[in-house]
Design a binder for this molecule. Sequence first.
Ligand code: 5GP
Length: 116
Amino acid sequence: MYDENNIFAKILRKEIPCDKVYEDEFSLFFNDINPQAKIHVLGIPKFPCTTFSNFLKKADNENITSFFKSVHNVIIKLKIEESGYRLITNSGVDGGQEVPHFHIHILAGEKIGSLR
Ligand code: 5GP
């Protein structure tokens, strides 16, 4: 069940401000409020979905394709394609997801530490 009151739903409804990096018809990208790297951008589809799996199951192909192309557009805009980056999506309890609206973290701008 999608929680309409999660913080990213509020950002999408413009009830809470964000430091926008990129926006189009299907997606919004903004800087993380508590960055874990020099560059830490969050990308969210405007479609109400809880996790990566939920997005893939519920959204149509145009929306899904557009969202992932937008992730790449942001990578180009941030000029990190060559230097590198890490994409992360946390899902559910075991994945450590805090905000229950599917999002992708784009981490870059310095060497991102080992996962373990
Ligand atoms: P998760 O743990 O769900 O994968 O990541 C949630 C992310 O959202 C965290 O990195 C956290 O810092 C970020 N975050 C939480 N609340 C806000 C907010 O109000 N604004 C922004 N820009 N980021 C937020």
